[in-house]
Structures are given as C-alpha cells and as structure tokens.
Design a protein around this ligand. Structure first.
Ligand code: GDD
Length: 348
C-alpha cells in the first residue's frame, strides 16, 4: 500500500469529522492513532458504525493536559496530525464561554507548542469554522481573504486558534493548514445540531409515532455540505508543498425549512407548513400526522446570518470536485436513521 508506514494522529477521533477522516486514512493504508478523553465510551458509536473501532489505536488525551499531548506525540511520532477536538455547539458558547475558550484556544495552543518543541517535522490540519467570518459580505461569497468578524464566543475561539496556527506556520515554519469549515453534515452528526435533530425525529415519527419535533428558526439558513466529501478532501491539503488556509464550502445556501422538506420527503412524507413565526407547524398532507412545531426555546438571540463560502482555492489546489448538495445529505441522513431505528439503535 502507498501509505504503509505512514502514521496519523487525530485529536477528536470520536467526533463526526475525526471518525470520517480516520476511515478515509485507514482506507489509504495509514496507521491511525486517535485522541479521545477517557470516560467517553458512549461516543465510540461512530467508530463502531464505520467498522473501524478495532483499527484505530485510541489514546487517552485531554487537550488541557499538555503533558498528555507531549507523551502521545513523542511516543507515536505521527507524520500528519489532525485537530478536530473542540467544543463545537455554537449556541452553548454564550453559556459556557470559559470552557469554549479553554478547549478551543488553549487546547490548540497546547497542540502547536508540542509540535514546536517535540514534533516540528509533522504536518497539522486544524478544523476552524465559518463562524470566524461572523457576518455575510455585502455581495458574493466568503473566501480566505474575507473580513474576519466573529459574533459569538465560539467564533472568537476559532479565530484565535486559526490565528495561532498561522503564527506557528509563519514564525516557526511548521506545516500547519486551517480548514475554514462551513456546516457539514452526515449520519454521524450529534443530535443537538439541527440537521440530525430533523433526521432522527423523522425516523422516530415514521416508525414509532409520538409528538412532533420542536424546532427553532425555520428561516435560518446555512451552507450545508457533505461531511464525507470534506473528509476525503481534508487529507489532500496536507499533501501540498505549502501550508495554507482553505475554505470548505458548497457555495449554496439552504434554509432549515428547505432541509426539513428534503428530509421529510425522503422519509416518505408530503410536508405542509402552516402559520407563521412561533405559530408555524408542519404536518403530513396525506395522513395529517403532526411533524414539527416551532418553539421559542430553540431561538438564538444572536443567531449568525447565513454565510456562504467559495471553495475555489481548495478545488484549485487539491482537485477537490465539490460537495453533494443538502438534498442528497438529507436523504442519506434519513435513510441511516430509519435503518438504525429498525435495528433498535436509537441512542446514537
Ligand atoms: N441546533 C438547532 N436546533 N438549530 C436550529 C434549530 C434547532 O432546533 N432550529 C433552527 N435552528 C437553526 C439555528 O438557529 C442555526 O441558524 C441553524 O439552524 C444551524 O444550527 P446548528 O445545526 O446548531 O449549527 P451551527 O450553524 O450553529 O454550527 C455548526 O456549523 C459551524 C460552521 O458554520 C457547527 O458544526 C459548528 O461547530 C460549526 O463551526
């Protein structure tokens, strides 16, 4: 195999992106070590579902324990390091700003300092976020040259970490690339994110019935790409001679309501929306079954306006062909959740 003898270390291997990149690297013949925090046994379901739990060497690493990082990287000597470990739920970042800043900024600093001292020859991919942009441009799409104006503690944390990556790249010559990741979804998404909340609950409604799901702003919109497509592109960025920052995006905007319609249709429903604002509801036209209602509980006082990215640099440098659209992702997520429920796997 082309990559026999090559070793990767993935911080956050039990999350959506870590698990998908681990599967991609294993497919390419890499040896994969993955950092996860002990006690997070319940999070191993992604590796299990991908059939790679026994192929990834799990290492107990807490990003806020620098010596654990030193120990892992000096003993395993990875060629490539992927850093996905983060507190990633934007809405929570107003309620727990200290832990968001600690994990996302200090945690990233600990990885960079360890690389500087103990593994300067390794290459790093850091998962930053579209939230670093904060506000949409007056015209056009966001790219690597756009203004960086985060509007929540999460966005501030990702921008600080992305800037640290740049400083270590420029100051110490470390090969470190940031992916400015727009929203990307898959059946491996956690259930607190809106796309998976929708696919999970549609499968529940279809196969077990029960009350409609409660959602927040239906007119909110995102640039939703396919996590599996991005996971194939991420390792390509480390094969380049020069390290850079890359926007990962589709260039297309989809509202929560549109995503819901794609998903509900994939589940065999004919969704009809009625009412406005907090009174808006959705039912199935054929059976009348109530599918969704709006709840103020899920409104975000400072929600980020729709941000849409231009992945031209990524395409140009790596040959990345683009990401499947939101409709295809919704279909895949609904199919996976229907299958899980039929198999009795409802707690993932
Ligand atoms: N979570 C959630 N739950 N969001 C809802 C709901 C709901 O019931 N109803 C509407 N929304 C809206 C939110 O207000 C937001 O506008 C949008 O759906 C997407 O919310 P999330 O899926 O929670 O994702 P996010 O955009 O806040 O953050 C994701 O994308 C970032 C990159 O843009 C995360 O993956 C971040 O980690 C990532 O950096």
């Amino acid at each position: 195999m082309a990559n026999a003898g090559k070793t990767a270390f993935i911080f956050g291997v039990t999350g959506q992106d870590g698990a998908l990149v681990a599967a991609e690297l294993l497919r390419q013949g890499w040896t994969v070590h993955g950092g996860s925090r002990r006690g997070h046994v319940s999070k191993l379901w992604r590796l299990e579902e991908l059939g790679i739990l026994d192929k990834v060497n799990l290492v107990n690493v807490n990003l806020l324990e620098p010596f654990q990082i030193v120990e892992a990287l000096t003993s395993l000597r990875p060629d490539h390091i992927y850093h996905f470990a983060a507190e990633s739920f934007v809405a929570d970042s107003f309620h727990q700003p200290h832990s968001v800043i600690a994990t996302n900024v200090v945690g990233t600093l600990n990885v960079l300092e360890t690389m500087r001292i103990a593994a300067p020859g390794a290459k790093l991919f850091f998962a930053s976020s579209a939230e670093v942009f904060g506000v949409p441009p007056a015209t056009g799409f966001l790219d690597e040259t756009s203004a960086l104006q985060p509007i929540n503690p999460y966005g501030v944390s990702k921008l600080a970490a992305q800037n640290l990556v740049k400083v270590y790249r420029e100051r110490y010559g470390i090969h470190a690339a940031s992916g400015i990741m727009f929203n990307h979804e898959s059946p491996l998404r956690a259930r607190n994110f809106v796309t998976r909340k929708i696919s999970y609950n549609l499968a529940r409604l279809k196969l077990a019935g029960g009350p409609p799901m409660s959602l927040g702003a239906l007119d909110a919109a995102r640039d939703w790409g396919a996590a599996a497509d991005y996971a194939r592109a991420i390792p390509l960025t480390l094969n380049l001679d020069a390290a850079e920052d890359f926007v990962f995006a589709t260039g297309r905007k989809t509202s929560v309501k549109q995503f819901f319609e794609y998903a509900a249709t994939a589940a065999g429903y004919d969704p009809v929306f009625e009412g406005h604002g907090v009174a808006e509801t959705c039912r199935d036209r054929k059976t009348g079954q109530a599918l969704a209602a709006v709840s103020e509980k899920y409104f975000r006082p400072f929600d980020t306006q729709p941000l849409v990215g231009n992945p031209a640099r990524l395409k140009e440098r790596t040959g990345f062909a683009g990401s499947r659209d939101a409709a295809a992702v919704a279909e895949e997520m609904v199919a996976a959740d229907l299958k899980r429920r039929k198999d009795g796997a409802i707690h993932v």
